[in-house]
Design a protein around this ligand. Structure first.
Ligand SMILES: Nc1ncnc2c1ncn2[C@@H]1O[C@H](COP(=O)(O)OP(=O)(O)OP(=O)(O)O)[C@@H](O)[C@H]1O
Ligand SMILES: [Mg+2]
Length: 253
């Protein structure tokens, strides 16, 4: 087990009132496993992803990375956790500085995390990674984000996440803004990268057919609760909860 969330609860204050976005959510992620998280809009998927990735703090409950509570990490352990958990979001454009070249955007995290790398080593790493995600470095590195389509930018965002050699990749609706054929391309890329580098993934989407394609196990969420969790095929072929049944029926009708 690489990551464990125990009884995660998250309250937000909305118009002076407490709103519970997550209610005692627990799950574990194994080494090299892809866990899909599916549920309708507002079910708490992104909030949960951000909490287990250390971007938000839970109101109560704990997250353990390699058995260590992430709220108690300090110094090198904290840096290592930050580097080991990387995110790919829905709109890559929003996470990239429009005035920077892709070279600068990809080099920055490497420069910050590996101070001893030379310029040549950085250039080689980012070029190699671009090739792995299906982009030609020559026609990519000097351009700014606006030069690229959504699908290409998502490949670049995946390259940026993988450059830091993470152990966990959290993909939050990372194919949702792409049309169907591009969605399939990015999904296939993630599946092959998963096989190649053996990274664990949390794959968040509102679309259960997309989640099924890539996930070993699926966790179904509704209104901040876990509805059910199990092997992907089992969730799809014999869902136990009526909510999961509806999700499956709607997706495969
Ligand atoms: N910072 C915040 N302040 C107040 N409420 C929030 C905040 N962040 C999330 N929420 C609320 O918490 C609930 C869960 O939000 P979250 O974004 O995690 O859902 P989601 O499952 O990712 O939805 P979507 O499929 O639309 O991305 C929603 O009702 C949302 O409005
Ligand atoms: Mg979301």
């Amino acid at each position: 087990m690489i990551l464990e969330a125990t009884a995660i609860t998250k309250d937000f204050k909305v118009k002076q009132k407490k709103f519970r976005a997550l209610d005692r959510v627990s799950f574990a992620l194994d080494e090299k496993e892809v866990l899909g998280i599916v549920g309708e809009s507002g079910s708490g998927k992104s909030t949960l992803g951000e909490i287990v990735g250390g971007l938000q703090k839970p109101t109560s409950g704990s997250v353990y990375y390699d058995g260590k509570d992430i709220s108690n990490l300090n110094g090198d352990d904290k840096k290592l956790f930050r580097r080991s958990v990387q995110f790919v979001f829905q709109s890559p454009k929003e996470t990239m500085n429009p005035y920077f070249s892709i070279r600068t955007i990809l080099a920055e995290p490497l420069r910050i995390n590996y101070r001893k790398l030379s310029k040549t080593e950085i250039e080689r790493s980012i070029s190699d990674m671009l090739i792995r995600v299906g982009m030609d470095p020559k026609n990519t590195l000097s351009y700014r984000p606006s030069h690229f389509s959504g699908g290409q930018l998502q490949r670049i965002a995946i390259a940026r996440a993988l450059l830091l050699d993470p152990r966990i990749l959290i993909c939050d609706e990372c194919t949702s803004s792409l049309d169907v054929s591009l969605q399939a391309q990015i999904l296939n890329l993630l599946v092959s990268l998963k096989k190649e580098i053996g990274v664990s993934m949390i794959f968040i989407s509102h679309d259960i057919s997309v989640v099924r394609y890539i996930s070993d196990r699926i966790m179904v969420m509704k209104d901040g609760h876990v509805v059910e969790i199990g092997e992907s095929d089992e969730i799809i072929t014999s869902p136990k909860d009526s909510y999961t049944k509806t999700l499956v029926e709607t997706a495969y009708r």
